[in-house]
Design a protein around this ligand. Sequence first.
Ligand SMILES: [Zn+2]
Length: 151
Amino acid sequence: MGSVCIRCGGPKELPLGRCAACGHLPHRGEAALSVLASRRMLGERELLEVQSRIQRGEPLRPSVARLRAAEALVSGEGEDAPPLRAGQLLGLAGATLLFSPVLAFAGALAWRDTVRGKQALVIGAASTVLLTFAWFVIRLAPFQGPPVPPP
Ligand SMILES: [Zn+2]
């Protein structure tokens, strides 16, 4: 047994897999708790203890430190796109301002659910605001023709 279902305590192999007993599939908010109820975080005896607590209907109340450790484990798993470095951020921001915020939003879509995706989203939103503002300034600025030379 690699892990137990956090809803019914049924045994499962993968902490984020579907429970064969009750059909429960942990959603993203339950990922950390599910990993916590597995051999990745617990010893065999602890896991059995957690299992019997779930089966008795007791709520799981892991310590904050344990939950954080499990969260780190969960977020580290899908980390194929590490956060953009400062230079890359500047490059993306520059390209976005030069061409279109669509660039950043495309990045946000491609890297969704990662830190990198959030960075791209912020850049896209910021440049949209900036470009819209620039457009208004250009449109609303009074036209000033060349000075008329005195006769
Ligand atoms: Zn279950």
